[in-house]
Design a binder for this molecule. Structure first.
Ligand code: RUB
Length: 332
């Protein structure tokens, strides 16, 4: 049985904030996870190096359990924890220094990535473009606001994004930047698509084959954009590419409480009705024109190259450790 540790209050607050979505959006979740790991390292009391490593692994597993879909969360955990295993740790103090600097490095990288994505993405928009977006993505907002500063965006349609209404956050952020913003119900997206030139959305996870997992409704938006011959751009940091999918794992799709859709009283009155609330969906690569990352703009089919570049060494080590296939397993 794994030992349970008492965790610093800040770490528990970040875990709970991610779970209840007061900390939300894949990039922000990852940055807060790095902060939590830093606080956890700083809050460790003992001097035993092995115990420190076990404790940090425990914190990593605890944070990973907060929400299932955005791969930025486990990727941020691995970024910090893998640095603790790179060489022999002489002391707990050294381990703490490494964890703190890895967490800070990740946060700085993540903040800078959003800026670079904004600059690269803005180049893909053209003068007078009408944009449609979905949910609230910091990376997508960065692209749209950068393009606006270049005088390119004439109007943005923001889908309200039922059931949690993250579109309202986007609408406010873009209006505060001086953009011409129109908030629309999700169901009106096809009605307005004929006026749109580009769709820009974010990502929670990019799969090895270039499919993008993002807020529920993204795939439908991509489908109607394709029907109207409107380009679809996905803005995302490379730490949202999933190394697990390279090994054949599927992306778990979070299903949340039905009470986000209808209230308790309605549920009780209509207990014969099943209410289902999946909050992410998968957009196939054929429906995406380009993925805008801080390392460059790529066709979705090139996602594999990003994964090999970012995680190739770790994956090779993993594959090297797989047990050899026994001869009898090769026979049918
Ligand atoms: C948020 C969502 C966002 C991505 C990208 O879902 O789907 O589009 O996370 O956002 P939720 P960002 O509100 O359920 O977390 O670009 O900010 O990382």
């Amino acid at each position: 049985m794994t030992k349970e540790y008492r965790l610093p209050e800040d770490v528990v607050a970040i875990h709970n904030g991610i779970k209840d979505m007061s900390i939300r959006g894949a990039g922000r979740i990852a940055r807060y996870v790095a902060i939590a790991l830093r606080k956890a390292a700083e809050g460790f009391g003992g001097q035993d190096v092995s115990e420190f490593l076990r404790y940090m692994d425990y914190v990593g597993a605890y944070l990973r359990g907060a929400r299932p879909t955005a791969v930025s969360l486990p990727n941020a955990v691995s970024y910090v924890l893998s640095r603790l295993r790179r060489g022999h740790l002489a002391s707990v103090d050294e381990g703490k220094r490494i964890a703190v600097s890895a967490a800070d490095e990740f946060i700085n990288y993540a903040n800078n990535a959003v800026k670079v994505i904004g600059e690269l993405g803005a180049k893909r928009l053209e003068n007078g473009d009408v944009v449609m977006t979905h949910c609230h993505s910091t990376a997508a907002v960065s692209v749209i606001t950068n393009a606006h500063r270049m005088g390119k965006v004439s109007k943005v349609y923001v889908k309200e994004t039922r059931p949690a209404l993250q579109g309202l956050i986007t609408a406010k952020a873009l209006a505060d930047e001086g953009l011409d913003v129109t908030l629309i119900p999700d169901t009106a997206a096809r009605y307005y698509m004929k006026k749109v030139d580009k769709v820009v959305v974010g990502a929670d996870t990019v799969v090895a084959n270039g499919a993008v997992v993002n807020k529920i409704g993204t795939s439908l938006l991509a489908l109607i954009a394709r029907e109207a011959r409107v380009r679809v751009y996905v803005a995302t940091e490379t730490f949202k590419f999933s190394p697990y999918t390279l090994l054949g794992e599927l992306v778990p799709i979070e299903v949340r409480d039905p009470r986000e859709i209808v209230d308790e009283a309605w549920l009780k009155e209509n207990h014969g009705v099943k209410v289902f609330n999946p909050v992410f969906d998968v957009t196939p690569p054929e429906y995406i024109d380009a993925i805008i990352t801080e390392k460059g703009v790529i066709p979705p089919q090139a996602s594999l190259l990003i994964l090999i570049k970012e995680y190739g060494v770790e994956l090779r080590e993993f594959v090297d450790q797989l047990p050899p296939i026994k001869e009898e397993e090769l026979r049918d």
